[in-house]
Design a protein around this ligand. Structure first.
Ligand code: MRU
Length: 349
C-alpha cells in the first residue's frame, strides 16, 4: 500500500506529492506547524488525507507541549486547531477531524484527565481515524465496484486514490475493487490542470497496480465520450452539501455535464466525513483560491505573459442533478439526495 502518511516516533512522514511521479521522496513533519505547511503546499492533499494529517498534527502539538497540566494546555490546543483549520477551506474532512479532536479534548478536560493520558488519547484518536479511513475506502470500493461496467473505459478526474486517503482511495478504490472483482476496466485519467493530480498522481498509482490507464488533457473527455470510449465516470469529493451538491476538483463540473449529455453514469465516491449536512447547498461551500503561480508557471517555467489576469479556483460545485449516485461506506445513495442523505444519517446515529 502507498504510504501517503505514516506516524513515526520522530513525527509524521509524508510522501512528497509535489515531486511525484519523477521522484519518490519523503518529508518529515515534527511539529504541528510543519504539518500545516505541508497541507498548504500540497505535499499532502486530498480531502480524507488532509483530515487525518490534521489529526496527527494535533497529536504532535500535544506531544511537544511545554504545559504541565491539561488545563494549562487548553489554550494551546485551541491555537493548534486554529492553525490547522486555516490551511485549506474546502475539504470538510479537515474540519470534521478537528471537531472530532475538540470533542475528545473537551471530554478529557472536563473529566480532569492528566495531560500524559490526554496526549495518548489524542494520538489514539488520530490512529483510529487513519484505520477508519482505509476501512471506509475498502467498503466504498465493494459498493461502488459493483456499479461499474464489466468492461470498458472509466473516466476519473484529479486524484481520489490511495494518495488522497490513508490508503486504497475513494474513486480509485471503486476502480480497484471493480478490477479485483474481475472487471476489465481501462481508466481515463484527466490530467487535471493546473496541479496535474491526474497526470502525475492517478497515473502513477494506477500504473503501480498494473491497471491500464490513459492520461487525457482536460479538454479531451467530450470527444472520447462521443466516440463511445467512456462507459462511466467516477470522482471523489471535498464536500457534499445536504442537497447532494458536490464540491470537487475544478473541472469536475465539466465532466458531470458531459456525462449527462452522453448518457454516461456519473458517480461520486466519498466517506461520510465528506458529507456536510450543516451546509444546505453547494452555494454555501467555500471555494479555495490557490496562488496564481500554479497557473502562470509549470515546473518553474513561466507560461503566460507578465501581468495577464489569472484565476485559480481549486474546486467547483457539481449540482446534485448531475450525480447518478453517491457511494459511501454506509451504502449507495440516490436522488433525491436531501432525503437519502438525511435518512442515512438518521439510520447511522
Ligand atoms: O486540491 P486537492 O488535490 O486536495 O483536491 C483533491 C480532490 O479534489 C479530490 O478529488 C478530493 O479531495 C477527494 S480525495 C479522495
Amino acid at each position: 500500500m502507498i504510504p501517503t502518511l505514516t506516524w513515526t516516533e520522530e513525527g509524521v512522514r509524508f510522501i512528497d506529492q509535489t515531486r511525484l511521479p519523477l521522484e519518490e521522496s519523503y518529508v518529515l513533519a515534527s511539529t504541528y506547524d510543519q504539518v500545516a505547511e505541508i497541507i498548504v503546499t500540497m505535499v499532502v492533499r486530498g480531502a480524507p488525507a488532509i483530515g487525518v494529517s490534521a489529526a496527527y498534527g494535533i497529536a504532535l502539538g500535544a506531544k511537544h507541549t511545554k504545559a504541565k497540566t491539561t488545563g494549562e494546555f487548553a489554550p494551546e490546543f485551541e491555537k493548534i486547531c486554529a492553525r490547522l483549520a486555516s490551511t485549506r477551506p474546502t475539504a470538510v474532512n479537515l474540519f470534521w477531524a478537528i471537531d472530532r479532536m475538540k470533542a475528545l479534548f473537551a471530554k478529557l478536560l472536563s473529566s480532569g484527565t492528566p495531560l500524559v493520558q490526554v496526549q495518548e488519547k489524542i494520538l489514539a484518536e488520530a490512529h483510529a481515524m487513519y484505520e477508519e479511513d482505509i476501512a471506509a475506502c475498502k467498503t466504498m470500493g465493494a459498493f461502488g465496484g459493483a456499479l461499474l461496467p464489466e468492461e470498458g473505459g472509466v473516466l476519473t478526474h484529479c486524484n481520489a486514490g490511495a494518495l488522497a486517503t490513508c490508503g486504497y482511495g475513494t474513486a480509485l478504490g471503486v476502480i480497484r475493487a471493480a478490477v479485483e472483482q474481475g472487471k476489465r476496466i481501462h481508466v481515463y485519467a484527466d490530467e487535471t490542470r493546473p496541479f496535474l493530480q491526474g497526470a502525475r498522481l492517478t497515473a502513477w498509482e494506477l500504473m503501480a497496480d498494473g491497471i491500464p490507464t490513459t492520461v487525457l488533457c482536460d479538454n479531451m473527455a467530450a470527444s472520447l465520450m462521443r466516440a463511445g470510449k467512456i462507459k462511466a465516470a467516477v470522482v471523489g469529493a471535498d464536500r457534499i452539501a445536504a442537497n447532494g451538491d458536490v464540491a470537487n476538483k475544478i473541472g469536475t463540473y465539466n465532466v458531470a455535464i458531459l456525462a449527462k449529455e452522453h448518457g454516461i453514469p456519473f458517480y461520486v465516491a466519498a466517506p461520510w466525513s465528506t458529507i456536510d449536512l450543516a451546509t444546505p447547498t453547494g452555494e454555501a461551500i467555500p471555494i479555495e483560491e490557490r496562488p496564481q503561480v500554479e497557473v502562470t508557471h509549470h515546473a518553474g517555467r513561466q507560461l503566460t505573459p507578465n501581468g495577464v489576469g489569472i484565476c485559480n479556483p481549486a474546486f467547483d460545485v457539481t449540482p446534485a442533478k448531475y450525480v447518478t449516485a453517491i457511494i459511501t461506506e454506509r451504502g449507495v445513495l440516490r436522488a433525491p439526495y436531501a432525503d437519502s442523505l438525511r435518512e442515512m444519517e438518521l439510520v447511522a446515529s
